[in-house]
Design a protein around this ligand. Structure first.
Ligand code: HEM
Length: 181
């Protein structure tokens, strides 16, 4: 994945455990600043190795770490230079999810080799969404669940994100929620 993602994992480990924990992780994996370049594409195996080391240090399973990283990514994107595009993407959960592909398209314009997921809202009712997620990657379910959970928080809603169906080439997520104030 793009180095931008590695940098966000680094920031999560920094925030939770401090700089020493991240430096120990770098040493263990024999990586350094050259594996963290925002605009470079790295093998997914490296991304998974970083997540897996982070999960051990955070005392989480890999799936729990992917979920937390999904939630973290929303907070991470809300601050700094990505905030504007997040604000532009939608003012409520339903419209934000409707516009996710546009968000990715916009950020990926100058990212050769990027492999982006695609999200389609297949049903939308008050407090209930069914969203189809497609990707050429596997094993990202808990990341996506954490991302949607982070979006609930972003829009001051409470609710549950579950997997409704595994299809041959996509996964249907169900989001049940109540709007906050
Ligand atoms: C400004 C905010 C965002 C930026 C800049 C961004 C950018 C990216 C980038 C660069 C990748 C890696 C692709 C690659 O290296 O091949 C990615 C992957 C991904 N993004 Fe986003 N993204 C943003 C917000 C979101 C949000 C809000 C969601 C919510 C659902 C999301 C869902 C995903 C997923 C699930 C992947 C994993 C790739 C896969 O499943 O194949 N992203 N994104």
């Amino acid at each position: 994945m793009y180095g931008m993602i590695h940098r966000a994992v680094r920031q999560m480990v920094f925030d939770e455990l401090g700089e020493d924990a991240w430096l120990a992780l770098e040493q263990k994996l024999d990586i350094g600043p050259s594996e963290l370049l925002t605009g470079m594409v790295y093998d997914d195996a490296l991304t998974i190795a970083i997540i897996s080391e982070a999960s051990a240090r955070l005392n989480l399973s890999i799936d729990a770490c992917l979920f937390e990283f999904g939630r973290y990514w929303i907070k991470y994107a809300e601050r700094g230079p990505l905030a504007a595009i997040m604000n532009f993407t939608g003012q409520n959960l339903g419209s934000f999810i409707e516009n996710l592909d546009r968000l990715h398209l916009a950020v990926s314009a100058a990212m050769p080799g990027v492999r982006l997921p695609s999200f389609t809202t297949i049903s939308s009712a008050p407090g209930h969404l069914l969203v189809e997620y497609r990707s050429d990657r596997t094993g990202m379910e808990q990341f996506v669940t954490g991302l949607f959970d982070g979006l609930l928080t972003r829009f001051h809603a409470t609710g549950d994100v579950t997997i409704a169906e595994h299809k041959a080439s996509s996964i249907i997520f169900e989001i049940r929620y109540q709007d906050g104030i």
